[in-house]
Design a binder for this molecule. Structure first.
Ligand SMILES: [Zn+2]
Length: 592
């Protein structure tokens, strides 16, 4: 049986002094723990992170004589960084959305869908994310022989009737030439260079059923097999798009564009693609509304907290990932220790930052296998498939052990900085433990009222490697079932997939903790009568807890209270109504 112990000073001493009977893993863990001052390490890291955020150019080293001094200075830096981030968030809610549409003969139904789409998209945005302000524009393209009809565009406007009236005049024109490729690059280039992109979040939604000219894109009959007659290339067009921080989305109709998409991905990395295969016009409009709304919320939530360089380099990295579960027989067994916090019993314990410290930490030895390449990644972390392997001895027959295997996911921070990674990983476990505690309380209330359950995965810290210099830390959690992984809302307050239960859960965490925190950034899978979530973020009035995604008391009021619309589930749970008209959401300035 594996050994369980609750860490305490005495236990640690027993572990390290009794070296003959203790494995090297346990004694080195005890050594690590002895040397870790969680509070001090955390303060130092927060000060460093806030410093980098609030003054990207200067590298001031923080000097402090006492822990209290360090605390005061860190709070100051954190609040400065938070206010800067909140301003960026508000600016990112201003969106330029441009439809780039192939307007040749075969595209009639899609042009019709685009006409009707925008008013529905606006209604949806107003209902879910009233803080998002949108300007829309249009760029239609045909082919080189079409002369005056080759390109047509309407610059960005917030007068939506004007947009709809314009769209009603857009006609699909069958090209007079006899080849299939169209002037795709000309259309994209005009949208990128000739339209007046001003807002922080920029969305280019491209819909087309034919490839650009040139042999690299197609083997279909082509009057310009050497490529664009005006000298445009996919590289120079897409690079202009990147330098203007424009997000690219594609609505796919046929396989004829597959080669083009592959080439585009090779240049800018992965981008979201939507199925817009025609047929039933009503269904097509529905698909387009959903695709457009997701593109807007995706772009808004990606614009914040990371610059486009980071986003594009991340997309590039995605190409090196392996989405397949590895052949476990080829991977070697590794040993480590998992650690987790004892779940708080009361709200006071949860609110007490010193609760989450060494005496409340548990550990257990752990055998596992890990894939060599990650299967997915975000701006912060990447994730690997893993296997938890337990050998359970059968009672009375100690020589035979039964092997039990459980599918897991291991996550690793991409940038750890110069600080102690042990402390940062412990913080991730603390965030999950708090979310877990609140979900249990929510479910207790929800059960009586027939509301779907909200569950969080059981997250632990995994430490592996023996007493060598390259001790590695990870986060480990059970692998979610094969259901579509969704992000329901972001810590910026943006609702990406509206689920009343989850929005009510966020409200519940605010009310239950008496305004101390909100749990947000809800993501995971949706089952019949239950959500299973992971990787939450927490906004808390104590800005020295829960990491860089905690936007403090202003985050609670400006990102949650100002956006939340109480729904039927809030009412069923008898949560007090939140009146969001009292919160001001106008960005304070245009500079960062
Ligand atoms: Zn509510």
């Amino acid at each position: 049986m594996s050994k369980w112990f609750c860490y305490s000073k005495n236990n640690a001493n027993t572990q390290s002094s009794n070296s003959t009977s203790t494995s090297s893993v346990s004694s080195s863990l005890a050594y690590d723990l002895d040397n870790l001052n969680i509070t001090q390490e955390r303060l130092k890291r927060y000060a460093d992170e806030a410093n980098t955020l609030s003054s990207e150019t200067s590298d001031t080293t923080l000097t402090a004589n006492t822990e209290d001094d360090l605390k005061t200075k860190t709070i100051f830096l954190r609040e400065k960084a938070i206010s800067k981030t909140l301003n960026k968030i508000k600016l990112s809610m201003k969106v330029d959305l441009c439809f780039v549409l192939d307007c040749t003969g075969s595209m009639e139904s899609h042009i019709a869908a685009a006409k009707d789409c925008i008013s529905h998209v606006l209604n949806y945005i107003i209902r879910t994310n009233s803080n998002i302000k949108l300007r829309v524009g249009f760029c239609g393209y045909r082919d080189h022989n079409d002369k005056g009809d080759r390109l047509q565009f309407l610059d960005f406007t917030d007068k939506y009737e004007q947009f709809t009236t314009y769209m009603h005049k857009v006609k699909s024109v069958s090209s007079s030439n006899n080849d299939r490729p169209e002037d795709v690059l000309g259309g994209l280039d005009a949208a990128i260079t000739q339209m007046d992109w001003q807002n922080s979040t920029r969305v280019l939604f491209h819909i087309g059923d034919c490839p650009p000219h040139g042999r690299r894109f197609t083997t279909l009959r082509d009057n310009y097999p050497d490529g664009d007659p005006n000298g445009l290339t996919a590289e120079n067009v897409l690079e202009k798009m990147q330098s203007k921080n424009i997000f690219y989305f594609f609505g796919k109709i046929t396989d004829k564009t597959d080669k083009m998409l592959e080439i585009f991905r090779g240049i800018i990395g992965e981008f979201p693609m939507f199925d817009l295969v025609g047929g039933d016009p009503i269904k097509l409009i529905e698909k387009l509304i959903k695709a457009t709304s997701s593109s807007i919320t995706y772009a808004v939530s990606s614009t914040i907290g990371s610059n486009s360089k980071e986003i594009y380099s991340l997309k590039q990295k995605k190409l090196d990932m392996n989405p397949n579960v590895p052949d476990w027989n080829t991977l070697s067994l590794q040993k480590g220790v998992v650690m987790w916090y004892f779940i708080p019993k009361t709200l006071d314990e949860l609110k007490n930052p010193t609760y989450f410290n060494k005496p409340k930490l548990f550990s257990e030895s752990f055998s596992f296998k890990i894939a060599q390449q990650p299967f997915s990644g975000g701006v912060e972390k990447c994730a690997y498939f893993a296997l938890d392997i337990k050998r359970n001895k059968i009672p009375f027959i100690p020589c035979i052990a039964k092997q039990q295997m459980k599918e897991m996911v291991i996550k690793e921070y991409i940038h750890i900085g110069k600080n102690d990674p042990f402390e940062k990983y412990l913080e991730a476990v603390e965030v999950s433990t708090v979310a877990y505690f609140l979900s249990e309380e929510f479910n207790r209330h929800a059960k009586r009222k027939n509301i779907p359950k909200v569950n969080f995965l059981n997250v632990k810290l995994l430490r592996c490697g023996t007493i060598d210099l390259r001790t590695r830390y990870y986060i480990i959690e059970p692998r979610l079932k094969d259901a579509e992984y969704k992000r329901f809302n972001a810590n910026t307050g943006v609702i990406t997939e509206l689920r009343p239960t989850l929005e009510a859960f966020v409200h519940f965490t605010y009310e239950y903790t008496e305004g101390y925190l909100v749990v947000c950034d809800l993501q995971g899978i949706e089952l019949n009568n239950e959500f299973i979530l992971t990787d939450p973020a927490i906004h808390c009035i104590d800005s020295l807890r829960f990491g860089g995604t905690n936007f403090g008391k202003d985050g609670i009021s400006e990102l949650f209270l100002a956006n939340h619309r109480c729904n039927d589930i809030c009412k069923k749970l008898k949560l007090s109504h939140i009146d969001n008209s009292a919160f001001n959401l106008v960005p304070t300035s245009d500079n960062n």
